[in-house]
Design a protein. Sequence first.
Length: 198
Amino acid sequence: MIAAVVLAAGRSVRMGTQKLLLPWGRTTVLEQIVTEVVASAVDEAVVVVRPGCDEVRRVLAPLGVRVVENPMPDATMLDSVRAGLRAMAPSCGAAIVVLGDQPRVHRSILTGLVDAWTRTSAGVVVPVVGGHRGHPVLFSMRYRDEVLTGHDAQGLRGLLWAHPEDVLELEVADAAVLHDLDRPEDYIRETELRQPGG
């Protein structure tokens, strides 16, 4: 069993508005990426949100995902990862950490990560474009306790740095894995690159 942890607890300070609810075609940024996650090869999806985000919960309600709160939303992204891990079923063999502000990441990328993990013994699978690592990142549950208790300063990068021999770099053609939405110019760029229907 493989679960996705979708990170949606950020404050969107640099965007100046709640970026996850920005329009994306006929939907929103968050709905788009969660729809792709649900349609991929993952077995379960957990979305980590900030306390009190009623509008975010409302748009997620029809999508059939589990929503959990990050009790420390103003801390680090790693705290959201940990909140998602704690909510996952014990039977999960791996987790894919998905950024909620990467609406151009297609379900085929997520399924590719799952397939790569299934056919290899890699503990971590990370998408790579032109030598640059991106997101989403998949890791085996044998690293669950390490993620829950370690790498406070480095986040998930610390896991990759600590186990370079166990990291599989999966070359992908789509540079969407390298870009998220932090600032208004990011949103404009990604919107211009959006494929019809995507």
